[in-house]
Ligand binder design. Sequence first.
Ligand SMILES: Cc1cc2nc3c(=O)[nH]c(=O)nc-3n(C[C@H](O)[C@H](O)[C@H](O)COP(=O)(O)O)c2cc1C
Length: 344
Amino acid sequence: MNSFADTQIRKADHLRICLDEQVQCRDVTNGLEHYRFVHNCLPDLDRDDINLSTSFLGKKLGAPILISSMTGGTEIAKQINQRLATIAQHYKLAMGVGSQRVAVENPQVADTFAMRAIAPDAVLFANLGAVQLNYRYGIDECLRVIEQLEADALILHLNPLQECVQTKGDTNFRGLLEKIAGLCDKLSVPVIVKEVGNGISAPIAQKLIAAGVAAIDVAGAGGTSWAKVESERATDDKQRRLGATFADWGIPTAECIVAVRSISPDVPLIASGGLRNGLEIAKTIALGADLAGLAFPFLQAANESEEAAHALADVLIAEITTVLFCTGNATLADLKRSGTLKAV
Ligand SMILES: Cc1cc2nc3c(=O)[nH]c(=O)nc-3n(C[C@H](O)[C@H](O)[C@H](O)COP(=O)(O)O)c2cc1C
């Protein structure tokens, strides 16, 4: 098990590497280029009447956008979280924070995650690695991170490939499903399970749903590659090569959404992994997702300034609105029902 200092250094490295190095997938895409909306040149709509509001796990949102789990634990991370929380509050978006393990190990950095005061009305998700349940974490640690954030739900992330590439990664994943089921049973907030960029298949989603998870975030391939990130961090040749070999590993996001929806028409479903604009967000919604998450674009913007993060949210909303207008749909529910997204 790593020390607090190791965990904090790792989190700082992750921000620096994601921002400064080329760690996006190159040979695998999110798969959304295989779909196209049918243009409607005569929408029976006033664009001003289009409504992007939605709800997720019973909470109201202004738009179907999740600022995906990223960071916390350092002063830079705190500033990024604060800028993102400001945006989440302004647009009524959902926001996840990065793994709070660093704050379990050292409660002094809990304030780098504590965003509720800034975002009293946003939907906030706490975050821990599911594998920590095999490394002495249990219900107490989960309750602590939920409380730190005053979170609406707890995200547990699954990251077997990242742990393989990480030097001294936590690679004992045995028996995790039962432990996740136990938490779903005991916690009073919903449990969401996500990947970190390699995707969740239909059979695994089925097991997670049977275990009682409230929602799934597929976090598919096509965007930030954690094999690449950990390869960049590796201090030995073996780990560096391992990360490079698996740089484009995973199930593309579009494939995950279609597959999970085919086995469960109603599980609350988040699309993420390589989504880079509002047109792609709209495609995932039309494919059956309820919410779309973006990590790297929000990191880049928030690292620049609060205004840049503001501008990003604003343009994403404009892009989704444009899809609805130019397909003749007034709401996200209409878009889902419309059949205007075609495989090409
Ligand atoms: C800097 C950074 C840190 C991240 N840290 C976490 C984390 O602590 N917990 C987690 O569940 N996902 C984490 N992720 C993964 C994202 O939530 C997301 O699943 C993944 O990056 C794919 O989305 P993207 O292609 O839009 O970046 C992180 C992503 C980035 C860019």
